[in-house]
Design a protein around this ligand. Sequence first.
Ligand code: COA
Length: 421
Amino acid sequence: MSKALEGIKILDFTHVQSGPTCTQLLAWFGADVIKVERPGFGDATRGQLRDIPDVDSLYFTMLNHNKRSIELNTKDETGKEVLIRLIKTCDVLVENFAPGALDRMGFTWERIQELNPSMILASIKGFGPGPFEDCKVYENIAQCAGGSASTTGMLGDVPLVTGAQIGDSGTGLHLALGIVTALFHRTHSGKGQKVTAAMQDGVLNLCRVKLRDQQRLAHGPLDEYSQFGENIPFGDATPRAGNDSGGGQPGRILKCKGWETDPDAYTYFITQAAVWKNVCDVIGKAEWKEDPDWSTPKARLPRLNQMFGAIEDWTMTKTKFEVMEICNPLNIPVGPILSMKEISEEQSLRDTGTIVEVDHPERGKYLSVGNPVKLSGSPVEVLRSPLLAEHTDEILLDVLNYSAKEIAEIKASGVVGEVKS
Ligand code: COA
């Protein structure tokens, strides 16, 4: 079976998390991803948060599967010549350097277009054009500037960042979509184009419902927020909503059996209007089914604390998995709070390739997250990340078609560093 992006060559100038997430996805869809790394160092994440001394970190290995690595000093004249040949050969250049770094290297968008008019230049930056466009940005800054932190956390408490890497991996996903869209456009325009995704924009896109609530506030309180029933006045900005459901069906995180000792013994419980009568039966409140104080969603909104208190009295008598077993047949939407330990041991995620075990020559076996997007005609085999400069020789020879003499000269210049066997 062929791969969806087979034949597409990606010049992968990315580092840390946001850019590598994007190019890893493209590699999983079948693109040939050539990671260009600084001689001697490579991507900084190779050495960050190491669990085993002198071995590529999990941070790096889990973000750079299915890629090839070449070391290249792109600030040296010989290195620039090699980079020019890469630009002429590849379909897409992906980068997430600090603002202006590619220009400083001498590769402006105009120059790249001269070299290869059909090239797609895809960039991630922290901010789009505006007052902050020159700023360096990491994950949590994007979460704060994109509206996530101000709307996450408990009411009256500090803003919170989330464990989901919506600034880095989220923006990488957005960029990947931009790249395949530009590749499609190129099939009928014949031209490349510039694709940019700002991390602030990516986070805001994922916080779209919070901007919805900001506008609803002008028309009165947000009655699905718990603070409405608690008679706590709303301010002039979307507040933090704790664990309230963001949708029109009230939901909350509730304690389950064992919560006193297990930090993850909780369930998310949604009181979907369509199955309210089933909720009443299961928690032993049959009298609420026809009671006008409880029978309609609108009547329940001012009483969310009392309602979830009653439901929690029931969930605390069951484990989070028992809650699931009882509620699912009744069509009540619930979900256990799963720890990373539980997720890593979940067989069904292994069966679908969402959790994969990968073998690495230096670190041995480790777990990774496979491609969460499944294409029936383009299966994914998750391959280990490359060692630094592992493919320098084959890229110079097979991709860039340098002669043996030219390769010897390039190596003698020192721009490709030491090649690891
Ligand atoms: N050969 C020679 N030089 C290279 C090179 C190579 N192969 N690859 C990178 N460099 C140089 C760059 O040109 C740059 O030089 P300059 O500062 O003289 O222009 C330098 O290495 C450092 O690159 P930079 O991107 O500034 O790295 P940093 O470690 O200082 O900053 C970030 C890291 C993530 C803060 C920054 O890259 C950034 O803001 N990126 C955009 C937003 C982003 O993606 N953030 C999320 C990361 S998960």
